[in-house]
Design a protein around this ligand. Structure first.
Ligand SMILES: Cc1cc2nc3c(=O)[nH]c(=O)nc-3n(C[C@H](O)[C@H](O)[C@H](O)COP(=O)(O)OP(=O)(O)OC[C@H]3O[C@@H](n4cnc5c(N)ncnc54)[C@H](O)[C@@H]3O)c2cc1C
Length: 467
């Protein structure tokens, strides 16, 4: 499950680094079993591979010093935000040092007039939005977990709002990063657009800690819309719901959120969040704009949904009701795990061109049923991105094998539709074998050349994405 077997532990180097960091960081450097385990992978079925020590950095300068110590002794460095990644990203297959940036949690500057802000990497998305609320601003990217902005940048994360506001790649203006030799770079300035040289911002966004440690992020912000309304609508099949989403996108309706839940997922959400939603496939929506604008959007959606047999189209009446519904959506992962206590989740997050979404969802549903697997599905449908998460009994080797085989089939199907094996979670350890199928060896060779040039000793999060 986890891999990295080819990577060798550098025992001598690790011993030397442990000694230096203990002396330099005192209580902020920890080597206890529990904390090391917590800083390995903990979210899915991928096995935990702990680092040898965890250091809590408090400044860019400190990160640079830590990297220089590790570089001298050729010891792996794994950046750690909140550890919510799903593909073994924070595992330490060859040991090394986890650099936890959660204490780098300051909002450094908000430029309300320019709609941007600069933050340290340990600020979480919820903390940033709490900080911004009084100024009438918000940051729209919202993965289901309350992840750190450094981690979200490093995984090129997105969430329910991406259909309207884009992903981290669209919302990061520049980063400050400590590179593998300890040098500190800034990738761009605050201008909304730039043609100045290679786009190192985009290179660092999604690099999963394999090229450097992000120590500051400058983000685009949005004004809180004048009006926000939410709604839900039930459908006779997943395909009918997906066809409605396709119509919405092709029509150009500027929905802020359009999320699809299959019937099994609706059942899970009902049980976990104490809701009473009709147990059929469902779309959850949110409209942003002026008062008149959101009414018009909602009416247009209603007409499109009706054509596909949508029923029970209901607007949420109060802010409390709206928050409850979206909290339930954000808790869907835990709701799904609660469907089968004791099981583990094999995560997936394929993304296909929107015109293929209905076909992909139908095929996924049919295949899981044929293979006798429980795979509740939730989809950021407006982007063509969906999570069919297989719930497996880890004591049943046959079920594990079927789960793996389903995920492999699913990823190949998405790639075959000119889509991707990962719309937002990233490659980590779990998706490495699919990257070459998706992009081909020549493209991977270019990625490997970049990695080699920037991190010749392969100390930055080794065993992820490529090697
Ligand atoms: C319930 C649940 C729901 C989720 N829903 C979504 C979703 O809707 N959309 C989505 O995109 N993801 C989702 N995720 C996955 C996860 O939340 C994201 O991948 C998130 O961006 C990870 O952030 P983190 O702070 O937890 O990073 P971590 O898990 O700590 O790290 C992730 C990767 O980034 C690297 N990294 C972390 N910080 C830095 C840094 N400062 N500099 C360089 N590299 C760094 C790490 O080395 C690692 O490779 C979900 C996860 C859970 C558990």
């Amino acid at each position: 499950m986890a891999d990295g077997g080819a990577l060798m532990r550098n025992e001598e180097g690790i011993g030397a680094v442990l000694g230096v960091l203990k002396q330099q960081f005192g209580e902020r450097f920890q080597t206890g079993h529990a904390i090391r385990q917590q800083h390995g992978h903990t979210t899915t079925w991928i096995e935990n591979q702990m680092p040898d020590g965890v250091v809590f950095a408090q400044s860019t300068q400190e990160v640079s010093e830590i990297v220089k110590v590790c570089a001298t002794h050729k010891v792996p460095i794994i950046a750690y935000g909140t550890g919510t990644s799903l593909e073994g990203h924070v595992n330490a297959p060859a040991g090394g040092i986890s650099v936890d940036v959660s204490q780098m949690d300051k909002v450094l500057e908000v430029n309300a007039g320019d709609l941007d802000c600069r933050v340290q990497p340990g600020v979480t998305r919820e903390a940033l939005n709490t900080y911004l609320r009084d100024q009438g601003l918000f940051f729209p990217i919202d993965p289901g977990a309350n992840a750190s902005l450094g981690g979200m940048t490093a995984t090129r994360a997105s969430g329910t709002n991406a259909v309207r506001y884009g992903t981290m790649k669209d919302n990061v203006l520049n980063v400050e990063a400590v590179m593998a030799d300890g040098s500190i770079i800034r990738t761009a300035r605050r201008a909304k657009k730039t043609s100045a040289g290679y786009d190192l911002t985009r290179l660092m966004v999604g690099s999963e800690g394999t090229l450097g440690i992000i120590t500051e992020v400058t983000l685009r912000l949005q004004g809180i819309p004048e009006a926000i309304s939410a709604a839900r609508c039930s459908f006779p099949s997943v395909e009918a719901a997906a066809k409605t989403v396709m119509a919405v996108i092709q029509y150009g309706l500027p929905v802020a959120r359009i999320e699809l839940l299959d019937a099994m997922m609706v059942g899970a959400v009902n049980a976990y969040s104490k809701l009473d939603l009709p147990k059929t496939p469902m779309l959850l929506l949110e409209f942003h704009g002026s008062n008149a604008g959101v009414i018009e959007q909602a009416e247009t959606f209603g007409a499109l949904a009706e054509e596909e047999g949508g029923t029970g189209y209901t607007a949420t009446a109060t802010l409390e009701e709206r928050n409850k519904l979206w909290q339930a959506r954000h808790d869907a992962y835990w709701a799904m795990l609660a469907l089968r206590p004791g099981c583990n989740a094999i995560a997936s997050d394929v993304c296909v061109p929107i015109s293929r979404l209905a076909e992909a969802l139908r095929a996924s549903e049919t295949k899981a049923a044929e293979m006798g697997l429980m795979a509740p599905t939730v989809s950021h449908a407006g982007d063509g991105n969906f999570h069919a998460t297989v719930l497996v009994d880890m004591d049943d080797p046959d079920e594990i094998a079927r789960g793996r085989s389903f995920i492999s089939w699913l990823n190949d199907m998405a790639i075959g539709m000119d889509g991707t094996c990962t719309g937002e979670h990233g490659i980590g350890q779990g998706k490495k074998s699919y990257l070459v199928r998706e992009l081909g060896p020549e493209t991977l060779a270019v990625m490997a050349a970049i990695k080699k040039a920037l991190d010749p000793d392969n100390i930055m999060n080794p065993g992820k994405i490529l090697i």
